[in-house]
Ligand binder design. Structure first.
Ligand SMILES: Cc1cc2nc3c(=O)[nH]c(=O)nc-3n(C[C@H](O)[C@H](O)[C@H](O)COP(=O)(O)O)c2cc1C
Length: 247
């Protein structure tokens, strides 16, 4: 992986190439029989893991399912959607709201510079361990919320994530960014994807033997788009209804 900080220069990039990738990514519901090379899948996973993520706690996991029997079970859990039954590879993308502690400590271990600034050491060894900890049954989250209400009267403070539910949202945010990186990476390689949330999460959890805290954020169907793989022209609502300028 190129470390652009070491090179101290940003590489030349092309908005036209980026636009082609973004604009040609569609949710593809039918795939051809053409397999997706392992090297492509691996590269897309690596690029997914470069997504920005909260405090670099990387609260995600990716399962690469090529095994026909497991794929068939997953496709059934995806309610038999074409995007799942015809996919060459299925990639369940999992958010882990429960790995903040181990990953906080891993940041101390994986810090890439010779010396670790005090502020970083303090953050991953103390602050993050307190900030992200919901406590038993979310009790610490509630206490932090109550404290925040008082302290927050006088100054700006981070409002959460408090409690178990907010930690779920917290993990899903970063994981969804990884999912988008992955979809764009497949497109850049000339392959297609369909993100799916239409599935029976309980069944998926069972098939993959996931812990109960794990959140199946999306399952990606991956392959080459079939001729009838895109169901309709793309459209979005008028931009002025969604974009607000404050100047
Ligand atoms: C979180 C999420 C869940 C989705 N779930 C499904 C799904 O279960 N089945 C499906 O066919 N498409 C699914 N889609 C695809 C959307 O329908 C699609 O992104 C949207 O209609 C816009 O079309 P486009 O992706 O081609 O631009 C999902 C997309 C997202 C982001």
């Amino acid at each position: 992986m190129t470390d652009y900080r070491d090179e101290a220069i940003a590489p030349e990039t092309s908005i036209e190439e980026f636009r082609k990738i973004v604009e040609s990514r569609r949710s593809v519901r039918r795939f051809t029989d053409e397999p997706v090379p392992d090297a492509v899948v691996e590269d897309c996973l690596d690029l997914a893991m470069l997504a920005p993520n909260s405090s670099n706690l990387q609260p995600w996991e990716f399962y690469v399912v090529r095994d026909d029997a497991v794929k068939a079970k997953l496709a059934e859990a995806c309610l038999g959607q074409n995007a799942a039954t015809t996919a060459q590879v299925l990639i369940p993308i999992i958010a882990r709201p429960d790995t903040w502690k181990q990953n906080s400590l891993r940041n101390l271990e994986y810090w890439p510079e010779e010396t670790m600034p005090k502020i970083i050491k303090n953050y991953y060894s103390k602050i993050a361990l307190f900030h992200y900890n919901p406590g038993p049954l979310g009790s610490l989250g509630l206490a932090k919320k109550a404290l925040g209400l008082v302290v927050g009267l006088k100054q700006a403070i981070p409002r959460g994530p408090y409690g178990i539910n907010e930690m779920k949202t917290w993990a899903v945010k970063s994981t969804a960014l990884a999912a988008e990186n992955m979809m764009l990476a497949f497109r850049a390689h000339g392959y297609d994807t369909c993100p799916m949330e239409g599935f029976d999460e309980r069944r998926v959890r069972k098939i993959l033997d996931l812990p109960s805290d794990a959140i199946v954020t999306m399952i990606l169907g991956v392959g080459k788009r079939a001729e009838d793989g895109i169901y309709h022209r793309r459209y979005r609502f008028p931009r002025e209804e969604f974009i607000h300028y404050i100047s």
